[in-house]
Design a protein around this ligand. Sequence first.
Ligand code: HEM
Length: 246
Amino acid sequence: MPKKRNINKMPAYLDLAQSLTGMILALFISGHILFESTILISKNAMYNMTLFFEGYFFFGDKYPSIITFLAISVLLILIVHTLAVFHKFPSSYRQFTLMRKHMKQLNHHDTYLWAVQVITGFSMFFLASIHLYTMISMPDQIGPYASSERIVTDMMWPLYFLLLFAVVIHAGIGVYRLIIKWGFFEAKQQKFMKQRRALLRTLMYFVITLYLVIGTASLARYIQIGYAHDFEKGERYHPQTKIAQE
Ligand code: HEM
C-alpha cells in the first residue's frame, strides 16, 4: 500500500489569503483616494460624500457608526493580510543576508519590486493603524473642515503624505504581482511574454503616478483649507455657512 504523504497545505492557504485580502485592500484604497479627492471639486462635494458614507441618503439621518464599522473591517483585513505575508519573510539574519546576495546576483527588476513592497508594507502597517484608529474613534469628525483641521492643526499631513506614498506604491506593485502570479495577463505565445510584462509594468507605473498626483493634490487642498480659514476649533462645515459659498 502506498504511504500517504503528509502535505502541508498551510503555505497555499496563506498565499490565497494574502492574494484575496490584498485585492480587497487595493480596491478599497483606489476608491478611497478618489472619494476623498472630491475636495478638489468643492467643499460641498466632499461634504456630500461624507453624508453618503454616513448613510444619510439611505436612512435620512447621519450614522457615523457606519464609518466605525467600515474602518474596523478594513483594519481586520489589513491584519489578516499582514499575518498572511509574514511566512514569506526571512526569519533570521542569515536568511536575510542570503536573500540580499541572491537579489544582487539576480539583478531582476521584479525581485527589487518585492523588496520595495516589503519596505512600503512595513511602514504602511504602522501609519495606516494610526489613521484607522482615528477613523474608528472619531467617525463623526470627517468633513471639509473637520478633516482640514485634523490635517493642519493636529499635524497629520506628514503622516498622510508618507502613508499616501507607501500605500499607493505598495498597492500598485501588489496588483502587478498578483496579475503575474495568477496569470491574468499571460500571452498565448512564449515570445510575447516579455512584451506583455513590459506593458503591464508601464501600466503599473502610470496608475501609481496618477494616484500619487490625485492624492497629493487632495492633501494640498485640505492643507490650503486648513490654513486659509480661521475657523474655530471644532467648527463644522455646513452648506449654508458663509465660508461654504466662497
Ligand atoms: C474605513 C477606513 C477609512 C476611512 C473612513 C478613511 C477616511 C479618510 C479621510 C476622511 C481622510 C481625509 C483626512 C481626514 O479626515 O483625516 C483620509 C485620508 C487618507 N487616508 Fe484614509 N480612511 C480609511 C482607511 C485608510 C487606509 C486603510 C489607508 C491606507 C492604507 C488610508 C490612507 C489614507 C491616506 C493616504 C490619506 C491622505 C489622502 C491624500 O493624500 O489625499 N485610509 N482617510
